[in-house]
Design a protein around this ligand. Structure first.
Ligand SMILES: Nc1ncnc2c1ncn2[C@@H]1O[C@H](COP(=O)(O)OP(=O)(O)OP(=O)(O)O)[C@@H](O)[C@H]1O
Ligand SMILES: [Mg+2]
Length: 240
């Protein structure tokens, strides 16, 4: 469960990247966080993960405040960055062992999870190569594997499907659904309303740092009958 209350963030003094944003993502839910470039998605997700500090407001993850109880809060989630260009000098398998050590994943569990994840994301042949030699999509997949290795309760994913091939994208969506169905929480960003279809229980549409819509996609479609998802997205982001 994620609770965001009246959160604001400015990079420069003038313009707010996130402006008095409140949002609740209940346990057992996949919520898509949808908005155009520069809307404030990454800024919001980085505040959830404690990478950026909110200027105002509060954020809790499974009840733990990211500022007041950072360790407890950080134990609740796994975070996948939109730019997966980390640990480039490590081999894929070395990175996974490193994550396993940090999160104290027992070696038998670790071994089994790596096999499962490598099969699901088609990464078996790449694990012994350096991350530097990976394509963008492969870098993204190794970061996703690292996050899922320690089985966090809350998944926070910034544009996780961008750059994945159709099979990996399908498999990741399947994992996201299963995670939510087991009573846990998935919150991920995308620019594309179509991605939310069939995947999300709920969506939140953000533009200029403010939420313009929260609810189901079905309810949103009912509000704009006879319009395509693209038209609805433009309408909601332009006019609120
Ligand atoms: N490091 C930074 N310094 C200054 N301004 C920033 C910085 N990062 C983001 N911004 C500004 O904050 C606003 C929100 O950016 P953010 O990256 O959160 O958007 P986004 O919704 O993730 O966009 P995208 O879909 O392109 O990833 C934008 O106006 C952007 O220019
Ligand atoms: Mg972004």
């Amino acid at each position: 469960m994620i609770q965001i209350q009246n959160v604001s963030k400015s990079y420069a003094k003038t313009k707010k990247a996130v402006d008095d944003l409140s949002l609740h993502v209940p346990a057992g839910t996949i919520m898509g966080f949808i908005g155009p470039n520069g809307a404030g998605k990454t800024t919001t997700l980085k505040m959830l993960a404690g990478i950026l500090k909110a200027d105002e407001g509060s954020i809790t993850l499974n009840g733990f405040d990211i500022e007041k109880q950072p360790i407890k809060a950080k134990e609740q989630f796994g975070y996948v960055f939109d730019t997966p260009d980390f640990f480039l000098q490590l081999k894929g398998i070395e990175y996974l062992r490193f994550v396993g050590d940090i999160y104290e994943v027992p070696s038998d569990v670790r071994q089994q999870r790596i096999v499962e994840l490598a099969n699901t994301l088609d990464m078996n042949d790449a694990l012994n190569d350096k991350i530097q030699s990976y394509s963008h999509g492969m870098r993204q997949k190794i970061m996703i594997m690292g996050v899922l290795l320690h089985q966090p309760n809350i998944w926070i994913l910034d544009e996780p499907l961008t750059g994945l091939d159709p099979q990996s994208s399908f498999n990741l969506k399947q994992m996201m659904k299963e995670h939510a169905q087991s009573g846990k929480t998935v919150f991920f960003s995308t620019h594309v309303l179509e991605v939310a279809e069939k995947l999300c229980d709920k969506i939140a549409i953000i533009n200029h740092g403010k939420i313009n819509y929260t609810g189901t996609l079905v309810e949103l479609k009912e509000k704009y009958p006879d319009q395509s998802l693209e038209e609805i997205f433009l309408e909601v982001t332009l006019n609120g």
